[in-house]
Design a protein around this ligand. Structure first.
Ligand SMILES: [Zn+2]
Length: 511
């Protein structure tokens, strides 16, 4: 039973619990950053005959869960409070090419592959400190938008010349340090990258990514895993109380193009033994599918299924060019798909078949990937909107039956589904305990100002669809990770310095 008096109870106008916004509810967090309970604050208000004040510590008895604790109160006037969102796919350093690839590369067609040349030209030049600055900029923008955890698909491992650093995880650690300094939880998904592709000569421009043999890759991944786990054990004093890790490791074979089968199987076994999330780019581009067919006679998902890669800790990033049979394999395995619609439209990748995935019960998480934009509600709405344009229909991803709550209020089951993609499915994908406001989980949340023009006038019932379809970042006002505010009144605590250092980096790279 928590009794320390540095417990904090947040009292917004509306709290998002059990899939809807409730007035008169409060969120209590302990000093370690874990949720103690969500409770109805009206009996306490009646007892006091007023609002609890911010500067007083009161005893709270919550009859339903028989929890009693002392807490101080923070009233969040005019705010709705929601669980923090999870960005399940990011390449933080790619923030440096934002706005620099919106030109036709040459006389011919511009595509994913020409964009990739621009991305490589940036990747070749970044120092470890540059990677820290670019990552901290991307992570700060995530926090400002209500994202509280990220899955960072990290593939820069080596020096610009292609040599191993004396600390082989130097660059991964720069990214983890950037997340910690920004205040964001991070799953560092360490990427395995062995080759340019099937029957292709080595590409010089990939020399910072390549670890040609599985042994080297696994040795470095294991070192990083155990180092981060050791640090995490200090915050997770008792695992039974819930997972409060700030940083942990997952593995990420880059794609079937970049990792041959034997290597892939070794990474699979490593991940299984340690119960790590395993992420992989899958079927982002038609050329990747045809190359896979040429090499193995199978499509990427079929190949992964045959190799025993698919399970409930597997996330297929993109999964655009896939068949009904492949969706069935993902479903049977309980695997997750991470869609990144703002990047996929920016790169001309195609449209994620989210309707077929939803119909089959495949969980879909969301990622901001190349960071053309960092805005998770935009990813959620794009998942739906791209299908509307393709199918000439509305509410494509809504369940067939109209939904209402027990009071007969109309509920947007579509918005609820899309918000799950942005929270619980993302958390599951990266192995995080956040995503819902529930006792024992980390106190990761964000608030929305109810008077922000983008959502003003919404009722409690309409607020979630208003957030999913219309919220702009100006509406996100407070963001807390582990019960600590990192964004207050719409500003990150280190925003000035982060932006200044990033602007200096951009001048150095492109000036
Ligand atoms: Zn990616």
């Amino acid at each position: 039973m928590a009794s320390a008096i540095n417990n904090i109870t947040w009292v917004p106008d509306l709290l998002f619990v059990n899939g809807r916004f409730e007035p008169g509810m409060a969120l209590a967090c302990d000093s370690a950053g874990r949720i103690i309970s969500t409770f109805d604050i009206s009996p306490l208000r009646e007892l006091l005959g007023r609002e609890p004040r911010g500067d007083e510590t009161l005893n709270v008895r919550e009859p339903e869960s028989r929890v009693a604790f002392k807490t101080r109160f923070v009233r969040l006037h005019g705010r709705a409070l929601l669980p923090g969102m999870v960005n399940a796919h990011s390449h933080a350093f790619q923030r440096v090419i934002r706005g620099r690839t919106e030109y036709r590369a040459e006389a011919g067609q511009d595509s994913f592959w020409t964009w990739r040349e621009m991305m490589y030209s940036a990747a070749e030049r970044l120092t470890p400190e540059d990677i820290y600055d670019a990552s901290r900029m991307a992570f700060t923008e995530m926090l400002l938008g209500g994202i509280t955890a990220v899955g960072e698909f990290h593939y820069l491992h080596r020096t610009p010349e292609g040599a191993e650093y004396s600390e082989p995880n130097l660059l991964a650690k720069q990214v983890v340090r950037a997340a910690r300094d920004a205040g964001l939880r991070i799953a560092l998904l360490r990427v395995a990258y062995a080759r340019s592709g099937f029957n292709l000569p080595p590409n010089e421009r990939q020399r910072r990514f390549i670890e040609t043999d599985a042994e080297t890759y696994l040795r470095h991944a294991e070192t990083l895993r155990s180092e981060l786990a050791k640090e995490a054990s200090e915050v997770n004093a008792s695992e039974a109380l819930g997972d409060l890790r700030g940083a942990w490791v997952g593995v990420a074979p880059h794609s079937v193009r970049a990792v041959p089968l034997e290597y892939l199987r070794a990474v699979r076994d490593f991940a299984r033994e340690r119960e790590l999330p395993l992420h992989m780019h899958v079927a982002e581009q038609p050329a990747e599918v045809s190359a896979c067919l040429a090499e193995t006679g199978r499509t990427p998902v079929a190949l992964l299924a045959d190799c025993g890669l698919l399970d409930s800790r597997f996330t297929a990033v993109h999964a655009i060019h896939i068949s009904a049979a492949e969706i069935g394999s993902l479903r049977d395995a309980g695997a997750i798909v991470c869609a990144c619609p703002t990047t996929e439209r920016n790169l001309g990748d195609g449209i994620v078949p989210a309707d077929a995935l939803f119909r089959e019960g495949v969980r879909v998480a969301l990622g901001t990937d190349s960071h053309a934009q960092i805005d998770l509600p935009e990813e959620a709405r794009a998942l739906e909107y791209h299908l509307r344009l393709q199918r000439l229909e509305r509410n494509v991803l809504a369940p067939r039956a109209a939904a209402s709550d027990e009071r007969g209020h109309r509920m947007s089951a579509l918005a609820a589904r899309l918000f799950e993609c942005a929270t619980t499915h993302g958390a599951r994908s990266i192995g995080a305990a956040c995503g819902e406001l529930e006792a024992g989980r980390p106190a990761d949340f964000f608030t929305v100002a109810l008077d922000d023009p983008s959502v003003a006038g919404a009722s409690a019932e309409d607020l979630l669809p208003a957030i999913i379809f219309s919220l702009t970042r100006s509406g996100v006002r407070e963001v807390a990770v582990g019960g600590r505010l990192v964004v207050e009144d719409g500003r990150h605590r280190a925003q000035g310095e982060t932006v200044e250092r990033f602007a200096a980096l951009q001048r150095k790279l492109w000036g």
